[in-house]
Design a protein around this ligand. Structure first.
Ligand code: GN1
Ligand code: MG
Length: 368
């Protein structure tokens, strides 16, 4: 395998000296290293990208470039808000000003800026965290909302498209004969059957021109939010590999299903109210301070549906993957994806039970 220390040399200037190149973080997709340089030069993140998962990594780099340039052009120092730190991940180019480097063995390497003095949020410790999560997503939407989404590649076709996931589920289920269904199976199948007519609600909104395609993050879950070590405020939203054209409501629903689930994705015996309304309110208040202007009345009309849909979608994806013997989501034990599906469906139930209160909250923010 090509050595990361050699790959790192492609991304430094003529006067830079590399001090160390060390494995970094807990990511399971790419091979990630932190490269430290001597002197005042900034450290940076070096990654050998996983080209099995992302077949066309150059498309991801294109999207990063387009969004990065757009945001750089927005940033006018005089207007920048001192005291509220915000950093967008950006590409560090090679010496030849290319966005990536391909080694002689075909390894695809890229370098990204390193966000220092900050840490990824692992769990929601209080409502301040929830507000910062919302603020980070709002900031991202605010900064990207005027980019023509057609300028971006669709790096993962079908991602967040419920019709695509339902088709896949039907196909997998029709080929599935090996195991005797257990109770949890029957629960999942009934759950899906009872909501599949409603589920294309956002896709229909998009097809009928009610919802506009925008640039989305694609994966705005808790641990993709970075908080400042000193202030606890959100400073960045990372993991931009799923950034692509989509609906803002996908991101909002996904962020809330990650943040407001009080027992986490991997709990084994989900019981009680899983969806926390106070967290939801805090996420939305943070989000709206940054991105209220990106939303239209039509988004608000489908807002509750998005909150209900995204956990349904993820449950459907987990359950389908369980039926397919766990080829997509990594597992530690055989029925983990079945358990994960049940957690998401219980979360949907909790949302449905609190429908009126969630809708009142949405109304409040709609009038802001
Ligand atoms: C996957 O790979 P990771 O952990 O960043 C998935 C998300 C799910 C999430 C659930 C590209 O994210 O859509 O919400 O798992 N990402 C992709 O844990 O499928
Ligand atoms: Mg991700």
């Amino acid at each position: 395998m090509y050595l990361p220390t050699k790959a790192a040399e492609n991304f430094i200037g003529p006067d830079d000296v590399i001090l160390t190149v060390e494995k970094y973080g807990r990511g399971v997709i790419h091979d990630t290293y932190l490269v430290k340089l001597r002197g005042l030069a900034d450290s940076f993140i070096l990654q050998r990208m996983n080209t099995y998962v992302f077949k066309q990594p150059e498309r991801i780099m294109h999207n990063l470039r387009v969004v990065g340039e757009h945001i750089r052009n927005l940033e006018k120092p005089a207007e920048s808000n001192a005291g509220s730190r915000w950093e967008m991940l950006h590409i560090i180019p090679t010496g030849e000003q290319r966005d990536y480097f391909i080694d002689p063995e075909g390894g695809f390497w890229r370098a990204l800026s390193f966000i220092s003095g900050a840490y990824p949020l692992e769990e929601v410790a209080g409502l301040d965290n929830a507000r910062e999560i919302g603020r980070a997503l709002g900031k991202f939407h605010h900064l990207t909302c005027n980019i023509d989404p057609k300028l971006l590649h669709d790096t993962l076709p079908g991602f967040h498209n419920i019709e695509f996931y339902l088709k896949r589920y039907d196909l997998v289920l029709s080929n599935y004969a090996s195991k005797e269904p257990v109770n949890a199976d029957l629960y999942c199948r009934e759950f899906i059957a009872g909501r599949r007519q409603w589920a294309p609600v956002l896709e229909n909104g998009r097809k009928h021109g009610k919802l506009q395609m925008r640039v989305i993050h694609g994966d705005p879950k808790i641990n993709n939010i970075m908080l400042d070590e000193q202030t606890g405020r959100a400073v960045s939203i990372i993991d931009l590999d799923t950034m692509k054209p989509g609906l803002l409501l996908y991101d909002i629903g996904d962020c809330l299903r990650s943040c407001c689930n009080v027992i986490g994705e991997d709990a084994e015996n989900p019981a009680g109210d899983l969806f926390d309304l106070e967290r939801c309110s805090s996420v939305l208040s943070g989000y709206m301070t940054e991105a209220r202007k990106c939303l239209t009345g039509r988004d608000f009309a489908l807002f509750y549906d998005a909150i209900r849909l995204l956990p349904f979608e993820l449950g459907l994806r987990f359950y389908t993957d369980y039926l397919e013997d766990n080829i997509y989501f990594k597992t530690d034990y055989p029925v983990q994806n079945l358990n994960r599906a049940v957690v998401q469906f219980r979360l949907v139930e909790s949302i449905e039970q609190q429908e009126d209160r969630i809708k009142s909250l949405i109304e409040k923010y709609c009038l802001m």
